[in-house]
Design a protein around this ligand. Structure first.
Ligand code: MRU
Length: 314
């Protein structure tokens, strides 16, 4: 299976996801600020992978005797939406041995994903529509939503992935397709706008997505375009599942209204150096995530099992 994060005492290696699949390039980080920069720049991405990278970032700070408060704040603030980031930094910060705690967090993530996948596998058979990348590249290994697919296939189910390309960063087109091809998972890439058509065609039996932060009423933030899929799934009567490691739960958050949504540089959305944009007569808006109301979710799949409505996750 692909690996996006490797750690040796004092050095964190991150697979640069900005250049995949064209190039396999590893970035070397030896301090927390380099890790925070890599998180901000999307070298590493996906909520669980962010948490692992941040945990190792704090381990690097601890090793070098850097100010842990400064390092923790830098890492926590690198991206605002995935609550896993702050959860991981808090967890390793409170441990007597920060480096050992980061290594344990990494190993736990793989175990959690495998458990989540095993719980979710029986829900899948046939076409599975998804967005972004939620596989090994987005986690410590196996994946969450894509992990469910992986587990379902291991249990002999004939699952076929329909991957939305996921503009503007193309996590679906570049990363999910790459992972599926690498691991022999049947996969068809579609333009984001083709989601309705593929659902209308009857080729999709379930929509499965990951999450970056879940409020305790079940509203959740995930990659932009998730809300579109949830609305479409309801319209076409297709079940909509959320793969949710418990580290994505934010019990301080009552509903989706309090989830901070990252807004990225508008230049990511379009070729903003084109004259029409340079004229200043047209602008671009680039939220990286959207919030899906709990009422559109069929079930939540975590390492503890499958949770159905009424979605009170406390
Ligand atoms: O901007 P990204 O690529 O970090 O967004 C990732 C997602 O939205 C994923 O669906 C989510 O983090 C879950 S990854 C298992």
């Amino acid at each position: 299976m692909l690996t996006a994060i490797r750690y040796e005492p004092g050095v964190l290696y991150l697979l640069d996801q900005r250049v995949l699949p064209a190039e396999t390039r590893w970035l070397t980080c030896t301090d927390a600020s380099a890790v925070a920069d890599a998180i901000r720049a999307m070298v590493v991405r996906g909520a669980p992978a962010l948490s692992i990278a941040a945990a190792y970032g704090l381990a690097l700070a601890a090793r070098s005797g850097a100010d842990l408060d400064v390092a923790a704040a830098l890492l926590t603030d690198a991206r605002p939406t995935a609550v896993n980031l702050r959860w991981a930094v808090a967890r390793v910060r409170s441990a007597p041995d920060i480096e050992a705690a980061a290594i344990a967090l990494h190993a736990d993530d793989v175990r959690i994903n495998r458990a989540l996948g095993a719980h979710g596998a029986p829900l899948l058979d046939g076409g599975v529509l998804t967005v972004c990348n939620t596989g090994a590249l987005a986690t410590g290994g196996h994946g969450t939503a894509l992990g469910m697919v992986r587990s379902a296939r291991a249990f002999g189910r004939d699952v076929h992935v329909w991957a939305c390309e996921t503009r503007p960063w193309l996590q679906g087109a570049r990363l999910t397709t790459y992972e599926c091809a690498h691991d022999g998972i049947p996969c068809t890439l579609i333009a984001d706008g083709a989601a309705a058509s593929v659902l209308a065609s009857g080729r999709v039996q379930a929509v499965v997505v990951g999450c970056d932060r879940v409020a305790w009423n079940g509203d959740f933030a995930n990659k932009l375009g998730t809300l579109n899929l949830a609305v479409l799934a309801r319209h076409y009567g297709v079940p909509f599942y959320v793969a949710m490691p418990r580290s994505s739960l934010d019990l301080a958050c009552a509903d989706g209204g309090c989830i901070p949504i990252e807004e990225r540089d508008p230049r990511e959305v379009a070729a903003l150096d084109a004259p029409i944009y340079r004229s200043g007569k047209v602008s671009a808006w680039n939220p990286a995530f959207d919030v899906t109301p709990a009422g559109l979710v069929t079930a939540w799949v975590s390492e503890r099992g499958v949770e159905q409505a009424p979605f009170d996750l406390r």
